[in-house]
Design a binder for this molecule. Structure first.
Ligand code: PEP
Length: 247
């Protein structure tokens, strides 16, 4: 039986400055106190290098990378650039990229491949909109997203899937535990269809309004291997209880 280590990953989004890096001290201490839990933090590209310097024991990552290795893409940041800055992983396919930058699952696939070429680990996001859930299409949407974005050679050593229903992100609302269990089960089954037994080693995080209050119950759901956390990752006071809940 495959044992998957729990992963608690934060995502600062377009928030933070050098002063906020002080929050990482307590996060790194909590990570050290819970050696059975992997802890990671995705930060804005400008903060990657100082975050690595401030918290060398933490996995620091990027929130996105461009799908090309280099070139005439003004304003974009490549996987090689964030790796050189000290990132060890990147998020791809986040719902805010899909919503505001019109990114598709195909884009997420290409970005995951670019990250992999640079040896970065990848957190690949999927998740339905509120309208899709209301229309009873959540499972089909997530299956289709995985089908289009999962790298062919995906392996749990470097790939993590994150199920993040868009309507739950930053809203304070979460699916029921049964709804989370249902999507995680179909996500696992879809990955098995695509990459066979390797799917059993791929962690599936739940993301969307995770807090210290609901983290323990959510992470007890079968096939939930940790959490991707936005708002509550911005302060150690809110993030550390989630690490503790995973430990
Ligand atoms: C996210 O941005 O990935 C996220 C899950 O945000 P929040 O925890 O704030 O809902």
């Amino acid at each position: 039986m495959t044992v998957r280590r729990r992963l608690v990953a934060g995502n600062w989004k377009m928030n933070g400055d050098l002063a906020l890096l002080a929050e990482l001290d307590a996060v790194a201490a909590a990570a050290a106190a819970h050696p059975g839990v992997d802890v990671a933090m995705a930060v804005p590209a400008t903060l990657i290098a100082p975050a690595v310097q401030r918290a060398p024991g933490l996995a620091i990552g990027a929130e996105d990378v461009h799908e090309a290795d280099s070139g005439a893409y003004t304003g974009s940041v490549s996987a090689a650039m964030v790796r050189e800055a000290g990132a060890t992983f990147t998020i791809v396919g986040h719902s805010e990229r899909r919503e505001y930058q019109n990114e598709t699952s195909q884009d997420a696939w290409a970005k995951a491949a670019a990250a992999r070429r640079q040896g970065l680990s990848v957190i690949l996001c999927c998740g339905e909109t509120g309208a899709e859930r209301d229309a009873g299409r959540a499972e089909r949407v997530v299956q289709a997203q995985i089908e289009k974005s999962l790298p062919e050679q995906a392996h749990g050593d470097w790939l993590t899937l994150a199920y993040e229903p868009r309507w739950a992100i930053g809203s304070g609302r979460t699916p029921t535990l049964e709804e989370i269990a249902a999507i995680h089960a179909i996500a696992r089954a879809k990955m098995r269809q695509l990459i066979g037994d390797a799917a059993d080693g791929v962690r599936i995080l739940y993301g969307g309004s995770v807090t210290g209050d609901n983290a323990r119950a959510i992470m007890a759901v079968p096939d939930v291997d940790g959490a991707l956390v936005g708002g509550a990752s911005l302060t150690a006071a809110k993030f550390v209880p989630i690490i503790e809940a995973a430990g």
